[in-house]
Design a protein around this ligand. Structure first.
Ligand code: PPE
Length: 307
């Protein structure tokens, strides 16, 4: 892996610092106990200028995650949204990935996070396709993970919290070690949950299905966008528990995520899904999605915030 492409400035507690100077103490609470909540979104070069995709929704989810973890973010949502836009402007980027994060910083060490300050950072960088160059067109080969997602009474999956990603790291590393692009985890009941950084959809007989929030998923914003776009296109979309083997016999399966966008899945556990290539429904949804992000079709849901 090449090192990540640096941008110039990082927004750090209300001020811009140079990329290399955005440092924290090794005894910060977050380093030891994983106490962070974060977001990931894309800014697209729409042709009418750079625009953040679903900025308000990502900011809202960040504050929901913080609320679940009793983490007071010392900025209003409006200030946070402005900080994100300003970070993109200051770095002069047209298309980039945006990573806002709030975490328990340096104060006292011990499980109780409340004596530690809450630090807030916004970083941006250029990030291409997430699951490899050909993923969007050809699809990726994935496996079901031997790791389950967290039980609902262990760690809250509605929060996009740093510590949740220890589970996703196990899922991702296991898959990659075995030569797959990604893993799909089941929930603790045995139903399909999500990928190591993506939500999962399936298509069968022209109907679209995706696990509901009861299956320990992150409530993805791309997931929501795809549900809305699919309904616009006249598809029926059902959120419900999904059996593992339903994916094997589906006509199409695909991932959604800010980083992964809409990525078809060609094989699961070496079983060919449908024709083993991107299906027509996946393609139609990609067209609808990228039509908006590329500024080619009208942004009728108000998902773009111009930088
Ligand atoms: N599930 C997980 C576990 C997940 O990490 C993401 C986003 C999603 C679902 C989709 O959510 P949304 O982006 O709101 O549609 N994963 C982010 C982080 C990826 C990473 O490697 O870091 C992302 O796509 O930005």
């Amino acid at each position: 892996m090449p090192p990540m492409p640096k941008a110039e400035k990082i927004w750090f507690n209300g001020e811009f610092v140079n990329w290399d100077d955005a440092q924290i103490h090794v005894l910060s609470h977050v380093v030891h106990y994983g106490s962070s909540v974060f977001e990931g979104m894309r800014c697209y070069d729409t042709g009418k200028g750079p625009a953040c995709f679903r900025l308000v929704d990502h900011v809202n989810r960040l504050y929901d995650s913080a609320k679940i973890y009793r983490m007071p973010i010392p900025y209003t949502k409006e200030e946070m949204a402005e900080a994100i836009l300003e970070t993109i402007r200051v770095n002069g980027l047209r298309a980039c990935y945006v990573r806002p994060i709030a975490f328990r910083g340096y104060g006292e060490l011990g499980v109780d996070p409340t004596p530690c300050p809450v630090d807030v950072v916004v970083a941006v960088w250029e990030w291409g396709t997430y699951l490899g160059m050909e993923a969007l067109e050809k699809g990726v080969s994935v496996r079901f993970s031997s790791w389950s997602r967290l039980a609902p009474n262990t760690m809250p999956s509605l929060a996009k919290a740093g510590a949740n990603y220890m589970n996703f790291q196990l899922i991702r590393m296991e898959a990659q070690t075995d030569g797959y692009a990604e893993g799909i985890a089941l929930d603790t009941q045995g139903y399909v949950s999500e990928g190591g950084g993506e939500n999962v959809f399936m298509v069968r007989n022209g109907r679209i299905y995706t696990p509901d929030t009861g299956s320990s998923i992150l409530p993805g914003i791309t997931r929501h966008s795809v549900i809305v776009l699919a309904r616009d296109l006249g598809y029926r979309v059902t959120q419900r528990p999904i059996l593992r083997e339903s994916l094997y016999i589906a006509d199409e399966v695909f991932f959604t995520g800010s980083a992964a966008e809409i990525s078809p899945i060609s094989h699961i556990d070496t079983i060919e899904i449908g024709d083993g290539k991107r299906g027509p429904v996946t393609e139609a949804l990609q067209e609808a999605f990228f039509g908006i992000t590329e500024g080619k079709t009208e942004d009728r849901h108000g998902w773009l915030t111009y930088v």
